[in-house]
Design a protein around this ligand. Structure first.
Ligand code: GUN
Ligand code: FE
Length: 425
């Protein structure tokens, strides 16, 4: 057991922060949280205690949708909408990952940046290439970060130079799964079934990916109803489906296994019903929504319906790996909807946005994302003294950190109870 004394802030529920000023957090030797306390219980006095002074301790961030091979394009190429953006900028960059040396160079930086930004958990799209995807998994294992990585499946309406076959992607999923069961037996690094999206995956491929997800009991991630031209195209390609999400459902890729669907900017009522009934989690990516001009997902409406929502950067359609920026933009996008609805839809509160970035994403990994007993100890230690120059409450300090802080304020990082040192790149 080890005890930390710090200003503890988390969101076990989305509606309010839980704040313990100079509280105590006890971590068991197996990396799970024993409890948090306003004053130290007598029975814990025998254990080593580290006093972190006036610093804040918060849960680690969870980026639930990010494209590792698009790292080099971050902050570039944001002058087109989704479909031309993919063809013009994204596919040519991803094609470079057929070269393992290139992949290693970029992926090292990517993993380093996750560490830097305090993103202890991530759910990642790789590319169609198996060797590069396995290499990314190796880098994650080395880093101590926890993640789910998917080798991307795509075999239609995409360039020859960036496609794979159904057999290749199914074999890739099974091989990576077996490899990770050996190399990461505690499940810190896992694989996830990753069809890119309906337009680039034949029915055969979707069917096979759904089947392998079931056989190996794996999660599923993809994109859904991001852009109006994309939705119209799916309607043309799959005229018998009741909605875009229904295509995934037909093939066992929509809640039959734990499922993340990025975006859902323009989901119809029917699609939202299907999402809710099948317990699909929507990953909101507000930076991406704005940058490639998809429209802005009405997240308040989804939360009020009781749909599970988490948060992602969607780099490189998102221009920044920081979950602080994702929090900020999620709030700002929700304020746009508030304005448009003449105040009828409430905007996100600070605690709601923080919940989406920590607790909501953490659920997908098990008991992760807040400081409840039994939860895995993922945490960041934040030194905000340069922002905290007058009398601010802890909640005000955190709010200012969301808007004004950055990775330089993160002094220490813990994932699954283990303190992580800086990965090499
Ligand atoms: N839809 C299919 N592929 C992608 C991608 O790489 N990024 C985004 N934002 N949407 C997609
Ligand atoms: Fe994406």
């Amino acid at each position: 057991m080890k005890i930390y004394r710090a200003n503890l802030i988390d969101t076990p529920t989305k509606d309010a922060f839980r704040v313990l000023e100079h509280g105590y957090l006890a971590v068991e030797d197996n990396g799970t949280i024993h409890g948090i306390y306003a004053s130290l219980p007598d029975e814990l006095r025998m254990f080593p205690l580290e006093d972190l002074g006036d610093q804040m301790m918060i849960p680690g961030f969870c980026d639930m949708h990010v494209h590792a091979p698009q790292y080099r394009n971050m902050g570039l190429a944001l002058d087109l909408e989704l479909l031309p953006w993919l063809n013009t900028y994204t596919f040519p960059e991803e094609a470079k990952f057929s070269d393992p040396a290139y992949a290693e160079r970029i992926y090292r930086r990517f993993v380093h940046e996750l560490w830097m930004q305090g993103t202890m958990r991530s759910v990642v799209f790789a590319t169609v290439h198996y060797p590069a995807t396995r290499l990314l998994a190796d880098l994650f294992i080395e880093s101590g970060l926890s993640t789910m990585i998917g080798q991307v499946g795509m075999n239609r309406n995409c360039p020859e130079y960036l496609s794979n076959t159904t057999e290749q992607v199914v074999k890739g999923i099974a091989d990576l799964h077996n490899y990770l069961q050996q190399q990461s037996p505690d499940g810190r690094v896992r694989t996830i079934v990753t069809p890119r999206f309906v337009p680039t995956c034949s029915n055969d491929m979707l069917q096979a990916m759904g089947q392998v997800a079931k056989e190996l009991n794996l999660g599923v991630q993809s994109h859904l109803s991001e852009n109006k031209a994309e939705i119209a195209w799916v309607k043309e390609l799959e005229p018998t489906s009741t909605c875009y999400g229904d295509v995934y459902r037909q093939f066992g890729l929509f809640g039959q296994q734990p499922t993340l669907m990025a975006h859902c900017v323009h989901s119809s009522e029917d699609e939202l019903d299907l999402i809710q009934r099948n317990h699909v989690t929507i990953v909101h990516c507000p930076m991406s929504n704005m940058n490639i001009a998809s429209g802005m997902a009405p997240i308040r409406t989804y939360l009020d319906r009781g749909i599970e929502v988490a948060l992602g950067t969607d780099v490189a359609a998102g221009h920044n790996m920081s979950m602080l920026r994702a929090i900020q933009y999620a709030i700002q996008v929700s304020k746009y909807h508030y304005g448009e609805s003449a105040g009828q839809t409430r905007f996100l509160s600070q605690s709601e946005a923080f919940y989406l970035a920590t607790t909501a994403g953490g659920k997908y990994f098990g008991q992760v994302g807040c400081f409840n007993p039994g939860y895995e100890f993922d945490a960041l230690v934040i030194d905000d003294h340069y922002l905290n120059f007058d009398h601010y409450t802890l909640e005000e300090r955190l709010e200012r950190y969301f808007y004004l802080g950055d990775d330089r304020d993160i002094k220490r990082r813990f994932c699954r109870g283990k303190e992580l040192c800086e990965p090499q790149y």
